[in-house]
Write a protein that binds this ligand. Structure first.
Ligand code: B12
Ligand code: SF4
Length: 516
């Protein structure tokens, strides 16, 4: 770790708009709420300057478009995402109802917004992951909270407001058949503000229940549910975008389902990316089907290269020493790999940073994300660390996987913090970008363009977001990638199933990263 200044990225100036939420001013005169008008809000959160700002506008939040889709027709619906840098949410006309999605990292901001709108005279409803893990905390900030699946609860909540019979708490399980959900309403989105508006979910839950994942939160029972494939395909076709991002926790939990989904996606001619576990590579024919249906990138939670960390977390995963072979199989099918790594597990020592980045470079991962181990409230990890007296504080703003909030076992909190910063510094360095270039020289140029545009252009991202130019700037590149991919997959279709020896077609030029 000696060759790079550890705090260089920290010194990068962060535009105030990326770090501080817009001010909420108190009006002189009070307005009358507009009946049957509901405003849905995604609150502001501070951006980590070490990661790409682009990831925040890759896709819109599916939570709010899903809630919008469940809104009865006689209600007017508005959408406001504070992270699009257009200022605080509007108060004219004043919504009768404000629905706010709450995650751990922006809970404080969500509560500020709740207080503001309550003072102005709106009904405030809070829902989302943090409401499920800390319902009592959230309840004190809202007229009502929605615990669990908001798609089922939202129509009931609006109806109760109309009947003047609003209850303080609504609860729904995730057991209902997924196909009963109405389609998300994407028409409410400012489409030009996102790289693609087609964020889609085909499955809910995961076959794992890792101790650090929010899916292991007490009281959260999320059985693996798959939507009807035709429903997913119709939704993608209706949004008419070249690029689809699946936001499933793990699209690969049921390989048979994923294979059928790929078959149905093929005729759409789109490109797509998704989060999967590395065991999708158990079956090379599945990887081939993914490539033939337009998969250009996967986000893989490798979590750790130390098997002891994986077994402590109870993650069922292929052995880390087989990861490299599996990454190569994805690469041979033109699928880029964005590896996600968690730092600070109990078997991690100060050499974990260098070892992890060296592995990423040796295996030419196009992209990686690093996360400081974070005990989400209500998870087995939180309970364990709390029992051991290792939770440092409960400032939820800092529970964003970019800050150390617990005492690591084999290093100091400062070492973990600096090691994390060093990993991103190194990953975004010219040398590392070059070392990770594809082996096929013909794919290098577009890889370099993609890497620099996503990873070293935060100033440009800031301007694109602020001036609502993300869509205009990116869609031509995405469309170009899609057309190249169509040609590439036609060549792949003519080749035999990969036996790790057969020559594969040249990798298609891609300007679409498997995650930013
Ligand atoms: C897409 C995504 C992102 C995108 C967000 C894009 C966007 N503009 O929203 C990006 C890439 C920016 C992102 C960033 C991060 N993410 Co993220 N992300 C996701 C992902 C994959 C999908 C979210 C989604 O749309 N889900 C689908 C919707 C339908 O589900 P839902 O949000 O739970 O909503 C339902 C209910 O909760 C409820 N509900 C929700 N809101 C509301 C509101 C009302 C009014 C009502 C009534 C109901 C309701 O109803 C909905 C329908 O059932 C989830 C994993 C997942 N599959 O959920 C992780 C996830 C949310 N992310 C996570 C994390 C950790 C992060 C990062 C901290 C990572 C990082 N270090 O960069 C940052 C956080 C940034 C920040 N400071 O907050 C964790 C959160 C853990 C936690 N306990 O909070 C998750 C759960 C992943 C994981 N397995 O750990 N993320
Ligand atoms: S594999 Fe990923 S999504 Fe599944 S439980 Fe583990 S961390 Fe969560």
């Amino acid at each position: 770790m000696a060759d790079l200044p550890l705090d260089r990225m920290r010194a990068t100036p962060v535009p105030a708009e990326m770090a501080i939420a817009p001010e909420l001013t108190i009006p002189v005169a009070r307005s009358v709420p507009r009946e049957h008008f509901a405003l849905l809000i995604n609150p502001f959160y501070a951006k980590d300057p070490r990661a790409s700002y682009g990831k925040h506008v890759l896709t819109p939040t599916l939570a709010l478009t899903s809630i919008a889709g469940a809104t009865p027709d006689h209600w007017e619906i508005g959408y406001w995402d504070e992270n699009l840098l257009q200022g605080p949410p509007p108060r004219e006309p004043l919504p009768q109802v404000v629905g706010i999605t709450v995650h751990l990292t922006f809970a404080k901001r969500a509560y500020e917004l709740a207080r503001w709108y309550r003072m102005l005279g709106s009904f405030v409803i809070l829902g989302g992951l943090h409401v499920l893990s800390c319902p009592d905390e959230a309840a004190s900030h809202a007229h009502a909270i929605a615990i669990g699946d908001g798609v089922q609860l939202w129509p009931q909540i609006l109806q109760d407001i109309e009947r003047d019979a609003l209850r303080p708490r609504y609860t729904a399980s995730y057991a209902r058949a997924y196909r009963l959900d109405p389609a998300p309403r994407r028409q409410v989105l400012p489409r030009e503000s996102f790289l693609t508006t087609t964020s889609v979910i085909a499955t809910r839950g995961c076959h794992n229940r890792c101790g650090f994942c929010y899916l292991a939160t007490d009281g959260l029972h999320m059985p693996y549910r798959m939507r009807d494939i035709q429903q997913v395909v119709d939704e993608i076709a209706a949004d008419a975008q070249p690029y689809t991002v699946f936001v499933d926790n793990n699209l690969g939990s049921r390989p048979d389902y994923l294979k059928s989904l790929c078959a149905a996606l093929k005729p759409l001619g789109i490109i797509w990316s998704a989060a999967v576990t590395i065991d999708v590579t158990d079956d090379p024919s599945l990887v081939r089907e993914m490539a033939l249906s337009g998969c250009t990138g996967v986000f893989v939670g490798f979590e750790s290269l130390h098997a002891g960390n994986l077994s402590d977390a109870r993650k069922r995963s292929p052995a880390p020493d087989d990861y490299a072979r599996r990454v190569a199989l994805l690469h041979r099918h033109g699928i880029q790999v964005n590896g996600s790594f968690v730092l600070g597990f109990d078997h991690d020592r100060p050499d974990v940073f260098e070892r992890t980045v060296q592995w990423i470079e040796a295996n030419r991962l196009e992209c990686a994300t690093f996360h400081i181990l974070t005990p989400y409230p209500g998870t087995p990890l939180f309970r364990q660390l709390e029992a051991e007296g290792r939770v440092l504080h409960r400032d939820w703003d800092k529970y964003d996987t970019a800050h150390v909030v617990f005492q690591p076992k084999h290093m100091s909190a400062e070492e973990l913090d600096r090691g994390y910063a060093w990993c991103y510094d190194r990953l975004f360095s010219h040398a590392s970008i070059w070392r990770r270039r594809p082996e096929d020289p013909r794919a290098v140029l577009s890889y370099l363009a993609m890497s620099y545009l996503y990873k070293r252009s935060n100033r440009i991202w800031h301007l694109l977001i602020k001036h609502r130019l993300t869509g205009a700037a990116w869609r031509p590149l995405i469309e170009h990638s899609r057309r190249r991919h169509l040609k590439w997959r036609a060549r792949l279709a003519g080749m035999p199933l990969d036996d790790s020896a057969a020559p594969m077609p040249q990798r298609a030029s891609q300007y679409v990263s498997p995650g930013v």
